[in-house]
Design a protein around this ligand. Structure first.
Ligand code: 5GP
Ligand code: MG
Length: 499
């Protein structure tokens, strides 16, 4: 079984109809979204020809003396960018670089480039199909698969609408794409369920139009926020404005709920709501849902920074004080650390500093956005106890995760999820906390301002919005419960063989 390399990413693209150099906008649009992926990044620009830059790690700062070099390297009035986050798959540098986006595909005389955020579920079938058109196709990432699919369809059907429509109808998964056509048009589209965010905007003079995973990519460029792309919609950036084309009637909308809890930046807007305000509401909800825990506690703590707003909301709705004695080391951004062998608390210690002077003998509420494998909370609880805390209650904004995600969040198997078989009391025991308390699903939904059936809660309810994901989940669950060892990202399995 191969590993899939889709995963959550961030995209940004822009076109200047006055034909001025576009790279700076795309650079900043991506810098604002580095939180969506920091393993690799890339840019691709167009000035009649395509120019690319791929590299590992965070997007670098550009020194003054190097600015011209970057502009020369990525010339043109259209560009797309990507930041990527893969946790599965081969993690050696060569493999990472090969899977780095944006991707550029050639088919005969045709050249097409895209930047993609999401994850394909029916990879195996799609790969098989594409090998007919590209006998040399060595699959590196889902973006390449989608780009090749679009290229094949474009050669055959000749118009982008038909090509994108085939893509929407035949490729199952979370697909937020922005790309450049062979004749230099900028487009963007979303899968029929609209699983991941993608919005559009423009500069104040309306010469530059842009697409961005999150609104912060527009904000950093001082662009006007315009619209969120609808499920099944293709949008073209034209001189006169955006052209919207509903190619496939939207099925059930299924926007990833985890974006609200964890992925998106707090200052982004999702569904017209500021994410930080939604998270504050999560915190207030937790206070209302667990009054006995609130009564038992002396202090609120958060795990910076994704749960800070929820902690603020909890403080707001209770008499308790949010003690800000947990702080992130600002410039420590690695996912893996150089460690000394004696450092058991390494990762969390490197990321978060917990100041101990107020914890002695206290009953603490620790707010976090999610428990996935339970690693973070386990280490934190242990550390709080060492620092003298009497009790540690965990309040978690995202409801209990009991199943994998097929749409780009890094949780692929039942076995790795601490919540897949355990009730909250058992999770508390496994983590070493006094209690573990999740926000209710209904409370969560209400805070987002969306309807329950417009959100994807596959990992919480086991109900997935797309058919193959559902079949895979059921099959995986049965195998997991009968003691089979799970080996990795299961959607690379040939699903035709499963029942
Ligand atoms: P756990 O440690 O339980 O496996 O994961 C939960 C913690 O990891 C939470 O503190 C949450 O903020 C963070 N988290 C949740 N999802 C992701 C993810 O996809 N990537 C990274 N880097 N952290 C995550
Ligand atoms: Mg966290």
């Amino acid at each position: 079984m191969e590993n899939s390399v889709g995963m959550d990413c961030g995209v940004f693209s822009a076109i200047d109809f006055k034909r001025k150099p576009i790279f700076p906008y795309v650079y900043w649009g991506m810098r604002a979204q580095n939180h969506r992926g920091h393993q690799s990044h890339g840019f691709l620009s167009f000035d009649g020809r395509f120019h690319t830059h791929h590299s590992l790690d965070l997007i670098p700062k550009i020194k003054k003396n190097d600015i011209q070099q970057w502009l020369d390297h990525l010339p043109g009035y259209i560009a797309i960018g990507n930041v990527r986050y893969t946790t599965s798959g081969k993690l050696d540098e060569k493999a990472l670089i090969r899977g780095t986006q944006p991707v550029l595909v050639k088919k005969g005389k045709l050249k097409l480039a895209i930047s993609f955020n999401g994850n394909v579920v029916n990879t195996v079938q799609q790969k098989k199909e594409l090998c007919k058109a590209f006998p040399d196709f060595s699959y590196e990432c889902d973006a390449e698969l989608i780009c090749r699919k679009l290229a094949v369809e474009l050669v055959e059907k000749r118009d982008l609408q038909s090509a994108v429509k085939s893509c929407m109808n035949e490729i199952e998964g979370a697909i937020s794409v922005t790309g450049i056509t062979p004749d230099g048009n900028l487009f963007a589209f979303k899968d029929i369920h609209g699983l991941r965010p993608l919005c559009g905007g423009c500069d104040h003079d309306r010469n530059v139009r842009a697409f961005s995973s999150e609104t912060v990519g527009l904000d950093i460029n001082d662009f006007v926020r315009d619209f969120e792309i609808r499920p099944g919609e293709l949008v073209m950036a034209t001189k006169d404005g955006f052209e919207h084309d509903q190619l496939v009637a939207a099925r059930k909308k299924a926007f990833c709920a985890f974006e609200f809890a964890y992925f998106a930046r707090p200052d982004s807007k999702l569904n017209g709501k500021h994410v930080y305000e939604v998270r504050e509401e999560f915190g207030r909800n937790l206070g209302n849902e667990y009054p006995d825990i609130v009564k038992d506690a002396d202090l609120i703590l958060s795990l910076p920074e994704t749960s800070d707003d929820a902690a603020f909301g909890l403080q707001d709705g209770t008499e308790l004080r949010w003690e800000r004695c947990t702080r992130r080391h600002r410039y420590v951004t690695e996912r893996a650390f150089i460690l000394l062998s004696r450092e058991r608390y390494s990762t969390i210690n490197r990321k978060i500093n917990i100041i101990d002077h107020k914890l002695e003998g206290k009953n603490l509420i620790v707010v976090d956005d999610s428990i996935v494998r339970g690693d973070t909370t386990k280490v934190v609880v242990e550390k709080m106890r060492r620092l003298g805390a009497k009790k540690v209650h965990l309040l978690i904004t995202f409801p209990r995760i009991l199943g994998p995600c097929f749409y780009g969040v890094d949780m692929a198997t039942y076995g790795e999820l601490i919540g897949s078989t355990r009730e909250p009391e058992e999770i508390a025991q496994a983590i070493g906390a006094d209690t573990v308390n999740y926000q209710s699903l209904d409370g969560f939904v209400k805070a987002t301002g969306m309807k329950k059936d417009e959100l994807c809660f596959g990992c919480v309810t086991g109900q997935y919005p797309t058919p193959m994901a559902q079949r895979l989940a059921n099959w995986m669950r049965r195998r997991f419960e009968s003691g089979h060892k799970e080996t990795g990202r299961i959607y690379e399995v040939n699903v035709e063989n499963i029942t």
